[in-house]
Design a protein around this ligand. Structure first.
Ligand code: ARG
Length: 462
């Protein structure tokens, strides 16, 4: 018999039960649901709805159920719809009539919102730790590669020399912002909806502050309608997750390119690569490809939930039950991706020679030739034109800029002197880009030091 069956004259069809039941996925919220119920029963005790004895019975009953679920001895009933009603029914089966008092001054609408917020808070904390691990790996790798010269690209064409450290620290900044977005969303969702009940609060003098603080919320929500119809926190989590996945995917795309024979900048460890069932020579960057591929489902989850929410009148609507699979799938995907990505990154073998060779082709030092002229008083636009012509003649002669003689340079402009050849060595091009945030080892070193401070601060607060 359904817990809400009083006003019905017949049972729901099996197809309907199967269709609207969410227990197969919201059973994930069992712990939050039970902790929420224990806190709620304390509020019921405080406002005199249950006695001390009843409170103890409820609390012990719920703790017993929690223990049994964790032992794996509980079978959830599809017919009972969701985790909330399953647990309530288990409780009444175990402790009798007293169990039926638990749902006073509460609705599944505020209950599910509280459960999902608690769940997300925990998951976000886990993810923040994983991202901190990723940031540390990036800083470590960068520190080892302050002087590893590689081409920087625009339009995937050779642009100017940078260092591997500089490139890696670009990702540091991206994932650092991701961390900020997660934290921001975690802090904004930190208000308890309990006490909002179905939509219009309750007639009982429930202490909302008590349940909020028992459950570790920073406070409670200010409008009961909003409390039960808000899923912004889930949307924000999915949005922050989408950006993380976008960043992971860009990084994976680069690693896939870099590990191709054409680039040969990097070799992935065997532990994160796979072979081919037909081509014996193959070593494929499957882990990186799969992470790149999994972005689709996370974006899909975000767009899915935004679409679910877009036409909903206040307050609760059953459509909102669709939030959970999007959130759970995103949590699993993100955790899975990070658990493979971080060690894959840490075990990469970089081919410094291949990177240096790539810098030396493709005229990555052309801007430096123009800068050389500009520093000697030639207007930059004129210098740009002259160097463009030099590059054109190099292309025709099959030479690179450092293979030209001083005489070749002088033909273009008399201001060139012996030191031009030194000025366009990749190491010097990098060293000369010494503005804050630039690739000069001195600057990147400063950035890494600052970043270490940031990481220490974060890990201290965990
Ligand atoms: N399983 C439901 C959900 O996830 C719980 C809330 C149900 N509330 C209701 N009035 N039907 O959204």
């Amino acid at each position: 018999m359904k817990l809400w069956a009083g006003r019905f004259t017949k049972d729901t069809k099996k197809e309907m039960d199967d269709f609207h039941s969410s227990i197969s996925f919201d059973m994930r919220l069992y712990r939050q649901d039970i902790l929420g119920s224990i806190a709620h029963s304390e509020a019921l005790l405080k406002c005199g709805i249950i006695t001390q004895e009843e409170y103890t019975k409820i609390r012990e009953g719920l703790e017993g159920i929690l223990g049994d679920i964790e032992k794996g001895t509980i079978h959830f009933d599809d017919g009972l719809e969701d985790i909330h009603m399953n647990i309530e029914k288990l409780l009444t089966d175990r402790i009798g009539e007293t169990g039926k008092k638990l749902h006073t001054a509460r609705s599944r609408n505020d209950q599910v919102a509280a459960d999902l917020k608690m769940y997300l808070r925990e998951m976000i904390e886990d993810l923040e730790l994983s991202i901190a691990g990723l940031l540390k790996t990036l800083a470590d790798l960068a520190e080892q590669n302050l002087g590893t010269i590689m081409p920087g690209y625009t339009h995937l064409q050779h642009a100017q020399p940078v260092t591997l450290a500089h490139h890696l620290m670009a990702y540091f900044e991206m994932f650092k912002r991701d961390m900020g977005r997660l934290k921001d969303c975690r802090q904004r969702m930190d208000e308890s909806p309990l006490g909002s009940c179905a939509l219009a609060g309750t007639t009982y003098p429930l202490d909302r502050g008590l349940t909020a603080s028992l459950l570790g919320f920073n406070g409670f929500t200010s409008n009961s309608l909003d409390s039960v119809s808000d899923r912004d926190y889930a949307v924000e989590f999915l949005a922050a997750s989408s950006v993380i996945m976008m960043h992971l995917s860009r990084f994976c795309e680069e690693l896939i390119l870099w590990s191709s024979s054409e680039f040969g900048f990097v070799e992935m460890d065997d532990a994160y690569s796979t072979g081919s069932s037909i081509m014996p020579q193959k070593k494929n960057p499957d882990a990186a490809e799969l992470i790149r591929g999994k972005v689709g489902r996370v974006y899909g989850n975000l767009i899915g939930l935004l679409t679910v929410m877009k036409g909903l009148p206040l307050a609760y609507n059953k459509d909102m039950q669709e939030d959970k699979e999007s959130v759970f799938d995103t949590v699993d995907t993100l955790k899975g991706c990070l658990s493979v990505f971080v060690p894959m990154l840490a075990t990469l073998k970089f081919n410094n020679t291949a990177m240096y060779k790539a810098v030396s082709s493709g005229f990555t030092n052309a801007t430096d030739v123009a800068d050389y002229l500009a520093k000697k008083g030639v207007p930059f636009r004129t210098a740009h034109r002259m160097v463009g012509e030099l590059v054109q003649s190099c292309i025709q002669r099959g030479l690179s800029l450092d293979e030209l003689s001083l005489a070749d340079y002088k033909k273009v402009s008399p201001v060139f002197e012996e030191d031009i050849l030194d000025a366009i060595k990749p190491e010097n091009c990098v060293k000369a880009r010494n503005t804050p945030g630039g690739p000069a080892p001195q600057q990147v070193k400063k950035h890494i030091e600052k970043s270490r401070g940031f990481l220490a601060e974060i890990l201290k607060n965990e």
